[in-house]
Design a protein around this ligand. Structure first.
Ligand SMILES: [Zn+2]
Ligand SMILES: [Zn+2]
Length: 337
């Protein structure tokens, strides 16, 4: 089988011919049809995760079909349409796992395409208990970006206490941000987009945003407070802490800024800005098994479809380079011939 391998930190990203793996007990072999390219894949390449063991096959936005099942696997069956999200597996017995929040497991969390080989390949192994069924209404290329980007924004809104009718400000309009707008709109939000790229205004409006706030020369908090008293939720999807710091005081009373984009640097906020209006600052990781099922089902029934560009698996190195140079729009999905 073909697999795209990162050989070492900042090293070559090469297509290799590898032996097709066989599922062990409790595992399934997925024939990958599509795998989204997430900003975290670039972070893996650049060495942002010190625990990564190279060589590694990246990719945690996987959509495909169960090709083969290992011993003891009752579900899913061969031929089932499944995906693999960020969370590959967890310990299963800690306080977080047993309350159904296994994405918060601190004991033995494994991450698809980060701590174990992922979906930039024609086949990948996955623990049967952690694959997610893909609703029939979603094709593979549309489902793939929902496994990380879609799940992260959908769950970020839920963790931020979103309610229909809320004003939601989305910082950044990339792979994560554009799905933030689509999910928020479909969930009944009013949406503003904050972006450092003034040329994204048309795209923001097309996706359903009622306001576009350019970060250039604008006090973000004031622009948000002008929006009927501030945003109820801010989804910070761009991996940059400056706009998070600037936007936070633009939350309405009891509003929440959810940090989704892993950025270097620090967010600063004055205690008075937090206390007076009882504002909240939270982080929100991708999600647990229930969350990915909810995110996929919601997308299927509410017509949430990511804006994707399909590229062949062999283009992976180029795509990561284009992402590094900030030349990508929407989400790139690698497809297997
Ligand atoms: Zn991701
Ligand atoms: Zn655990």
């Amino acid at each position: 089988m073909k697999a795209v391998v990162i050989k070492e930190q900042n090293g070559e990203v090469a297509v290799e011919e590898r032996e097709r793996p066989s599922p062990g007990p409790g595992q399934v072999l997925i024939r990958v049809h599509a795998c989204g390219v997430c900003h975290s894949d670039l972070a893996v390449l650049q060495g942002a995760f010190p625990f990564v063991q190279f060589p590694l096959v990246p990719g945690h936005e996987v959509a495909g079909v169960v090709e083969e099942v290992g011993e003891g696997v009752a579900w899913p069956e061969t031929g089932a349409r499944v995906g693999m999200p960020w969370l590959y597996s967890s310990c299963g017995h800690c306080e977080q796992c047993t309350r159904g929040e296994e994405v918060l497991c601190q004991v033995a969390p494994q991450v698809t395409g980060v701590t174990t080989d992922g979906g930039y390949a024609e086949f990948m192994l996955a623990p049967a208990a952690y694959v997610a069924p893909i609703p029939d209404a979603l094709d593979f290329a549309d489902a793939a970006p929902l496994m990380c980007a879609g799940l992260t924004v959908f769950n970020g809104l839920r963790n931020a206490g979103f309610e229909p009718g809320d004003r939601v400000a989305v910082i950044g309009l990339g792979g994560l941000g554009h799905l933030g707008v689509l999910y928020a709109k479909a969930m009944g939000a009013r949406v503003a987009v904050l972006s450092g790229s003034p040329d994204k205004e048309d795209e923001a409006k097309e996706l359903g945003a009622e306001r576009f706030i350019s970060e250039e020369g604008t006090a973000l908090s004031e622009a948000l407070l002008d929006w009927e008293g501030g945003a109820n939720v801010i989804l910070a999807t761009a991996p940059s802490t400056g706009p998070m710091t600037d936007a936070l005081p633009g939350l309405a009373p009891d509003g929440t800024l959810a940090v989704l984009g892993a950025a270097a640097g620090e967010i600063s906020v004055s205690p008075m800005d937090l206390i007076g209006a009882r504002r909240h600052l939270i982080g929100s990781p991708s999600g647990s098994r229930k969350d990915i099922r909810d995110a996929l089902q919601f997308a299927a029934t509410h017509d949430v479809r990511p804006r994707i560009t399909k590229r062949p698996l062999e283009d992976a190195a180029d795509v990561l380079n284009e992402m590094h140079e900030r030349r990508l729009r929407g989400r790139v999905v690698l497809t297997m011939a």
